[in-house]
Design a protein around this ligand. Structure first.
Ligand code: BES
Ligand code: MN
Ligand code: ZN
Length: 508
């Protein structure tokens, strides 16, 4: 879908000559007052808009929408009144959600093009141009589709909306704030595409190749294959991938936004990239196993984040690391009880081959802190089913050794809508992963606190580096549509971490 911005005065003239498959959208607050353009159209429509405002339950609340069929005297087919709630609560997140929530209404009306008339809203804290940019961004994010494998859908069965125009005074001023958001959306869509692909298409080798795309944006991409990792001593990561016919990979992506020669320590993002998780020899039950194609969601987010940051030329040095493996059973697969030596030198008794994500991250985290001495490391992983039991599907679990970074992430989560909730770490949990025959075991002694014992395991591979682990098992994939996120791969974390970098870690 294409998003464009237009001067409100120009929109007023085009509205008169709109095509039949076009719709006009007016925004209405809780006071239910129509803006100047809406009033003019209301007159033309013999008072139909004013009537619609009071005919039903419409109260101007966010998410409410009334679709009015335009009178025969107008060319457009539909006029949509969209509630925007109270003006003072219109921040970036609210505007994105409004923009996104309009999209399905337009498709339901079989609309091809639509113009959102965005007139001055009294009491809105944000400037009009920036607000318009966020509204357009929200609509664009909602328009995402992954439909390349539908070969038989007719035009009738597909969404119709192809162009959305936001009409606003001083449309030129929108270009700058929208440019960055467009790059962010590119990153989000890249992640959604990668995570949506089935595992016969995206495996460690093909996913690593996809990362090379980022070179076009000035990202330095390095791929380590099995031989490289064997020489380095990545026993933990390689053990997970050894049952697969696909070669395990580790991808290191560097964006030096502070200049090639800059010595400023980078920010580091590390992602779990299990392109399919069968559980290995500790095999998972058949029901729902197809979901494990998105067990590379952490890596997917890191890759999309790098695309967004490089795309908008973020003034920060950033490194993204993706540990890519396929967890398969087979004649060469790792067995329960195997002991592996990680890159850190610490030994691990693999009691359950389905607790594989932490093994992949162990080597990726150690590599990252050793080679880059980063300012912080944030890892993302669809790590435990237990985090879904604890937090459900609306928040990621956050574990950290650093209060300041945790607080920054919490705030950024509330601001962007990609929300997190901190859970504890501590010695009582850490003891749970001591092993009888190695330095540690990869699962706890019982099923208690499964997400925390997983995080304790990771903590043993980060030393004193400020570190956050985000368990995104509950949020990487969604079974229902949300305002700016259609069901399927969410790309959770791309918007959150892009904003974290922008708000706290970028040179202005
Ligand atoms: N990838 C899974 C976690 C997961 C479960 C992600 C459901 C998304 C949805 C992970 O590798 C796993 O299998 N974890 C085990 C750990 C257990 C063996 C200690 C789990 O959560 O059951
Ligand atoms: Mn697993
Ligand atoms: Zn997994």
């Amino acid at each position: 879908m294409k998003i464009q911005f237009q001067e409100i005065t120009a929109a007023q003239t085009t509205l008169k000559g709109s095509k039949p498959d076009a719709a006009i959208v007016f925004l209405v607050g809780e006071d239910k007052k129509l803006g100047a353009t809406a009033q003019a159209v209301n007159k033309q429509a013999n008072g139909a808009l004013a009537k619609a405002l009071f005919a039903g339950k419409f109260a101007g609340k966010r998410g409410q929408c009334v679709t009015v069929i335009a009178p025969a005297s107008m060319k457009s087919n539909h006029i949509i009144l969209a509630g925007i709630g109270s003006a003072k609560s219109l921040d970036a997140k609210a505007l994105e959600n409004i923009g996104g929530s309009i999209v399905p209404h337009l498709n339901a009306a079989r609309t091809g093009t639509a113009t959102v008339v965005f007139e001055t809203i009294k009491g809105m804290p944000m400037g009009m141009a920036e607000a318009a940019a966020h509204m357009g961004h929200g609509a664009y994010l909602r328009s995402y589709r992954f439909d390349k494998y539908h070969t038989k859908k007719t035009a009738d069965e597909k969404p119709t909306l192809h162009t959305l125009t936001v009409a606003v005074a001083n449309a030129k001023a929108v270009a700058k704030p929208y440019a960055d958001l467009e790059k962010l959306a590119d990153g989000v869509f890249f992640t959604r595409d990668l995570v949506s692909e089935p595992a016969n298409i995206i495996n460690p080798e093909t996913l690593a190749q996809q990362c090379l795309e980022l070179e076009k944006l000035g990202v330095d991409v390095q791929i380590l294959g099995e031989e490289d990792m064997y020489e380095l001593g990545f026993g933990a990561l390689l053990g997970v991938g050894q049952g697969s016919t696909k070669e395990s990979q580790m991808v290191i992506m560097r964006w030096n936004g502070l200049g090639k020669s800059s010595k400023t320590p980078p920010l580091a993002f590390v992602g779990k990239g299990v392109t399919f998780d069968t559980g290995g020899i500790s095999i998972k039950p058949a029901g729902g196993m197809e979901e494990m194609k998105w067990d590379m969601g952490g890596a997917g987010t890191v890759i999309g984040l790098m695309k967004a940051l490089a795309g908008r030329k973020a003034k920060a040095n950033v490194v993204g690391v993706a540990g890519l493996v396929e967890n398969m059973p087979g004649g060469n697969a790792q067995r329960p009880g195997d002991v592996v030596t990680s890159y850190s030198g610490q030994t691990i008794e693999v009691l359950n081959t389905d607790a594989e994500g932490r093994l992949v991250l162990a080597d990726a985290l150690w590599y990252t802190q050793k080679h880059f001495k980063p300012r912080f490391i944030i890892d993302l992983a669809t790590l435990t089913g237990a985090i879904i039991v604890a937090l459900g599907t609306s928040r990621a679990g956050l574990f950290s050794n650093n209060d300041k970074l945790s607080e920054q992430l919490y705030k950024t989560g509330e601001k962007t809508g990609e929300e997190v909730w901190r859970l504890p770490l501590g010695d009582v949990y850490d003891k749970q992963i001591n092993s009888d025959i190695a330095d540690m075991q990869n699962i706890g002694k019982d099923r208690e606190a499964g997400s925390i014992t997983a995080a304790q395991f990771l903590q043993r591979f980060v030393n004193k580096t400020p570190w956050v682990h985000l368990d995104i098992a509950g949020v990487a994939w969604s079974k229902k549509d949300a305002d700016t996120v259609p069901k399927g791969a969410t790309a959770f974390g791309v918007r959150l971490l892009n904003q974290l970098v922008a708000d706290y870690y970028e040179m202005k």
